[in-house]
Structure formats: C-alpha cells, structure tokens
Design a protein around this ligand. Structure first.
Ligand code: TEU
Length: 541
C-alpha cells in the first residue's frame, strides 16, 4: 500500500487563531474539534497543529515549557484526546509540531540550569559559555539570532547561553544523551496518544559544532541565515551529525503501527534539503521554493522540475507550500510589485506600495491550482482556502511577534498572517469566538471572507479549493508529471497528471487558446479561452 502521506493535503492549524470555543479571545483545542468539519469538507487528508503545549508564548508557543501537556489557555490533554478521536472519526490524520531545538526559558531544565553552577550537568543540557573580553562581557561568538540581535544572552552569574531565536528560547545541547532520550520519550508520548505524525521545527539546526574554540560566522547583510547555502561547514545549521538524530527517530517511530510520519522544517536548497528525507530519516521536508518564486512561468517551471528531481534522487516525492504562519500571505505577496521588500512594506502598514488584492487573489487562486495538482503532498495554511490577505496594518501595540522588539521596531514580523479566522459574516469576532476581543484585531469587514460568506458562492476561493480537492484524487496517486511539449511555452505552464488530466497555468496577462477537454476546475471564468493570471484542470474528452 502506498504510504498515505505521499499525496496528502495537510491543513495547518495555528491553534491560537483557528477557533475559540470558550470565548476568551484565544483559539483553543475545543474550538479545533468543533470546526474539524470545515477541514473535512474542504477535502484535506489531515491537519498539522502548530504548538499547543504549555508555554509563556514568547514566540507564540514555539517556546515550550512542558512538551507533554496542553497549555491551560488552550485546554487539557483530555480535550486533545477528544480532538484526535473526532479527527479520526472524520478520516482526518493529526500531526503535531515538535520543537526540539530549544525550550522555553520557563522549562524546568532551564530554570535548574540557571540556578546551577557553570560546568554543571544542569548547564550541559543547554549551551552555556564564558564570554570574550577582559571580563567576559562580550558574547562567545558573533552568531546572530534569527529574530535579530546576538544569539547569546548573559545569565546572572556572567556566563552566556545560546539562543538561535528569542532569549526566551534557549537552545538545547544535542550532544547530551539526556536531550536525545527526552525527545525519544516525547515522540513516544504523543504517538501513544494517537497522533499520526510530527512536524519538526527547524529540523536542520539541532546539532551544533561545539568544539572549542567556537567559530565566528562570516555574517551576511542583516546577520541572517542566508549564508547557509554558501557555507557547507556552518557551525550551527545543517551539520552532518544532525542526520543521526533522524535515523534514531525513525527507529522510534517505526515501533508504532502504523509508523508515525515526519515532516521537517528545513530551510535549505533542494539538493541539501532532500538529504533529510532519505529512506532511513524523515519522511518529508517542507519545500519552501514557491515562497521565493516570482509570478513567472519559467521560474515556476524550474522549481517544479528541480523539486521533483531532487526528491526523486532519494526515492521520494516533493512537498509544496505557498504560505505558513511565518510568511506574508500569498494573496498579498502576489498583489505586490515583484521584488517588494516585505519588511519595509509591513513597516508602512501595508500602504507603500499598495498591493493590488484583486490581482493577488486571481494569482493566488491560480497558484493553488498549480500547487494542488503537482505530484507529492501539499500543505495548506489556515486561511489560504479563504484567500485571506496579510493584515499589514496591525497597530504596533497589538504585535506579539518577538521580531518586532528584537529588530528594534524595524520588522513588524509575522502577526499579520496569524489574525484569527472569520467563520461568519457578522457577529462578535466573525464567529471566531464571541466573548472577549480576539488576541489580534480582525480588520473591519473580515466577515466578507468568512467560511459562511464563501460556502454557497461558487465563485469563492473556498469553493475553488473544495472543487480542486474533490478532483485531486483523479490523478494524485500518480507520482509523475509530464510536460505537454506543444502547450508548455512562454507564460503558459502545461502538464499532464495521470493519464487524463491536463493542467494549464497562464502567468501572462493575455488570454490563450483553451485546448479540448472537460473543465474540472478553473480559477476564473472561461470564455472558451484561458485568461491571464488563471489556471485550469481539464479532463481528456
Ligand atoms: O521557524 C524557523 C525559522 O527559521 C523561521 O525563523 C523562519 O525562517 C522565518 O520565520 C521565516 O520568515 C520555526 C517556526 O516555524 C517559527 O514560527 C518559530 O518562530 C521558530 O521556528 C522558532 O521556534
């Protein structure tokens, strides 16, 4: 039997922003349970949940204080079990996010480490070092945090600890066997509760080169991680030793029936990313290439070809992503002039330049038909199926992303793609919750994009997704894509899926001839031709 995940569509739930059952302004597990019908009606195969574990939310839950419990604001373990049971009853798989690179500063291990002496076993669970300079007043290396500022923070007794993200997220030391054993236990714990798989946060970062003296990095502009592609011997990213962790995890997860599935968050070029998906490591790794591809047929063609070829090299199929909780919503990206500096754009409250949301939506609809027709699996982030735009004008006082503060208020961060979903046209928080105001303010008129508003509208983005997923099964078990040599040229992508389905994507502005065929799904109205900025799936007649 083919492994279920190879052609699955997984729907990403960001729990704080999905549905709020208890009306406190924050989404919760019971809210997810209540709204699973939406995911099932959409036609997805399952969900993956961003972290819902006990957390002070310094990074929206990616700072975990207890890996084996549900944050009380989101519910209880019993709520979680009920949610898993309800999902399974609907035929939906459940994947959960595992955050192995770091803990919260409130994790008992880190609290003990802070109390303990330099060199103690407690500190060995993390990466504590003496600083440089006469009094150790300088960080041990020049490594920068992804969120801005140094990747080191000084503890009260003068030693520094490493954090690749916020200071509230100290990095674990994966050279320590206790860390490895702890995560085996965490995987077993959730597998035992019935989850079908795991999404591995920053999977390529766990193991560091901690040999003394620690090495400085050659920094690129902004001190971010982009230099990884040019640096095969990076001190803390994509270390060869990290692969052993996943070989070990595969052995753990193979002990469950069926074996639990893994998808790694690996921000690397394709040829290095797929090394994480060798048969004895992770099952999948997110392919983020579409996030960096401009609206251009040739560029998409190259990404499609290289992604398929890279995956094939290790005997697997690609994954596809057009958005997630870390990036600007596709409707907005595609409505902005190519090459727009997204940080600067966010800082202007989304006004400079003004995105063309109508165009962005047309293109996002076409991109969805591209994504959902490709071989492999697709990850759909909540709200994509509603065509939600980025909420770029969130007031500064509402922002929670640590990027805002860490960047010295130069990067508004990722809250604009995390605004609570609209479920109803009217009503308090558009059906998200109902009691307290939602944790991030929803824009005026958000209800126009709600599930309720779109359900009976055949022209809505939601109807498009539902139709596409209803037809996807006609070809998705076929793992090949065949370019149509006569139709595939210029701004038009044309390829066959399975024996019978022809996909056309027109990234140009001009309408093109529509070949013979029965229309399965179209991103826009067709008048015998395929308009620009549109896509269609045709069935051979
Ligand atoms: O993201 C890892 C990561 O590297 C991100 O910073 C990503 O590159 C960036 O957000 C893209 O704009 C994961 C989670 O997805 C993210 O939400 C967490 O903040 C981060 O790990 C730390 O756990």
């Amino acid at each position: 039997m083919q492994q279920w995940w190879r052609d699955a569509v997984l729907y990403q739930v960001y729990p704080r922003s999905f549905a709020d059952a208890d009306g406190d302004g924050t989404g919760d597990i019971a809210g997810i349970t209540a709204r699973l019908g939406h995911v099932a009606e959409l036609g997805a195969d399952g969900i993956w949940l961003s972290p819902f574990y006990t957390s002070p939310w310094a990074d929206g839950g990616y700072d975990v204080a207890d890996f084996r419990d549900v944050d009380p604001r989101l519910g209880t373990l019993e709520d979680f079990d009920a949610m898993v049971a309800a999902a399974h009853a609907l035929g939906l798989r459940v994947m959960v996010d595992i955050v192995p690179n770091h803990t919260s500063e409130e994790h008992p291990w880190f609290r003990e480490a802070l109390e303990a002496a330099p060199g103690s076993p407690e500190r060995e669970l993390y990466v504590f070092r003496d600083g440089r300079g006469a009094d150790g007043e300088l960080p041990p290396t020049n490594w920068r945090s992804t969120f801005g500022g140094p990747a080191w923070t000084r503890a009260a007794d003068g030693q520094w600890y490493l954090h690749m993200f916020a200071p509230e997220q100290p990095d674990l030391n994966w050279d320590d066997p206790r860390v490895r054993e702890e995560f085996r236990g965490i995987l077993r714990f959730w597998s035992g509760r019935g989850v079908d798989g795991f999404r591995i946060d920053v999977a390529y970062a766990l193991v560091k080169d901690l040999e003394e003296p620690l090495r400085d990095l050659v920094l690129v502009e902004g001190g971010r991680f982009e230099d990884i592609a040019a640096n095969p011997d990076h001190p803390f990213l994509d270390r060869p030793e990290v692969h052993e962790v996943y070989r070990d995890w595969r052995r753990v997860l193979a002990g469950f029936d069926p074996p639990r599935v893994t998808v790694g968050e690996v921000w690397l070029p394709g040829e290095r990313r797929v090394l994480y998906t060798r048969p004895d490591e992770l099952d999948q790794a997110f392919n983020f290439d579409f996030l960096r591809t401009a609206w251009d047929a040739d560029a998409y063609r190259r990404v499609v070809d290289s992604s398929i070829a890279d995956a094939a090299r290790v005997g697997t199929v690609p994954t596809w992503v057009i958005g997630n909780h870390d990036v600007v919503r596709p409707v907005s990206v595609l409505g902005l002039p190519p090459g727009t500096d997204q940080r600067a754009w966010l800082l202007s409250d989304g006004r400079d330049p003004e995105p063309d949301l109508e165009l962005g939506t047309r293109r996002a609809r076409a991109l969805a038909l591209l994504e959902l027709s490709l071989p492999g699996s697709a990850y759909v982030y909540q709200g994509e199926e509603l065509g939600l735009p980025e909420v770029a004008d969130l007031p500064a006082q509402a922002l929670e992303d640590p990027r805002w503060v860490r960047s010295g208020h130069t990067d508004k961060g990722r809250d604009g793609c995390r605004v609570p979903l609209p479920w109803t046209v009217e009503g308090a928080s558009y059906g998200f919750g109902g009691g307290s105001a939602p944790w991030l303010p929803q824009p005026e008129g958000w209800g126009r994009l709600s599930v309720q508003a779109q359900t009976d509208d055949p022209g809505s983005v939601l109807s498009l997704y539902r139709r596409a997923l209803a037809h996807r099964g006609e070809f998705s078990s076929d793992e090949t894509l065949t370019w149509d040599d006569t139709l595939n040229r210029g701004p038009v992508l044309a390829y066959w899926r399975g024996e019978d389905v022809l996909v056309l994507v027109n990234t140009g502005e001009e309408a093109v001839e529509l070949p013979q065929g029965r229309v399965l799904v179209a991103s826009t109205e067709l008048d015998g031709r395929l308009p620009g900025n549109a896509a269609v799936w045709l069935h051979r007649e």
